[in-house]
Ligand binder design. Structure first.
Ligand SMILES: [Zn+2]
Length: 214
């Protein structure tokens, strides 16, 4: 092995010391930066741990949730866990499931876009419709009040997709399932007399329905 000259050894030791000092400086600087960050973030901690205006209690929380009748995408009439389906009138649900079982033979599935709704959820939909259509009068063509809505009583269901409603136009009456409003091809209710006599004449829209006049 070659002998390393003394001067080179000294230089090497000097470089090492310089590196060590540099490293210390970096560590110190990092500590300061981290310290600053910790200090800066400290004042924000209480606000992030407290609950801000996200979830007001009472009506609104109920209205927005599945418990109030909101139905997640992809739910069929056979679902037993989603309240929007499970809380439908038992006779309506039975008719829907019989029809859906027969439609399945033709590869048609019955999805539920909306079913039973809590009064709070219905009210939320109404308020949204008023702001969308510009007035209560215009909104009434599409969304009923909580007091008059057949969704709130569990007697109405909004069915999708278009192949399902097309199937119902042809076969629904055999199960007592009828479209009620001409402007809502997805909205179905149970009319047991339809099994013998066919579905009653449709109303142009909900404002023509005497049940909505209350
Ligand atoms: Zn409807």
């Amino acid at each position: 092995m070659d002998q390393i000259p003394l001067s080179t050894q000294r230089t090497a030791r000097w470089i090492c010391r310089l590196l060590a000092v540099g490293l210390l400086a970096v560590v110190a600087a990092t500590t300061v930066v981290v310290g600053c960050r910790t200090q800066n973030s400290t004042p924000f901690l209480p606000s992030s741990s407290s609950t801000p205006l996200k979830d007001p209690p009472g009506e609104r929380r109920e209205a927005l949730g599945e418990a109030g009748g909101a139905v997640p995408k992809g739910v069929t009439v056979f679902d037993n866990t989603v309240p929007g389906v499970a809380n439908l009138d038992p006779d309506l649900l039975k008719a829907l499931r019989q029809a859906a079982a027969d439609a399945a033979n033709e590869k048609v599935e019955f999805y539920v876009n909306s079913g039973w709704r809590s009064p709070a959820y219905q009210n939320k939909l109404l308020r949204e419709a008023v702001s969308q259509y510009g007035s209560e009068e215009a909104a009434a063509r599409w969304v009923a009040t909580p007091a008059t809505s057949s969704h709130v009583s569990g007697d109405a269901v909004d069915i999708g997709r278009s192949n399902a409603t097309a199937w119902l136009v042809e076969h629904g009456a055999e199960y007592g399932l009828c479209q009620i409003y001409r402007n809502e091809p997805w909205h179905y209710e149970l009319r047991l007399e339809a099994i013998d006599r066919g579905c009653p004449r449709m109303y142009a829209d909900p404002t023509q329905d005497p049940r909505m006049q209350q």
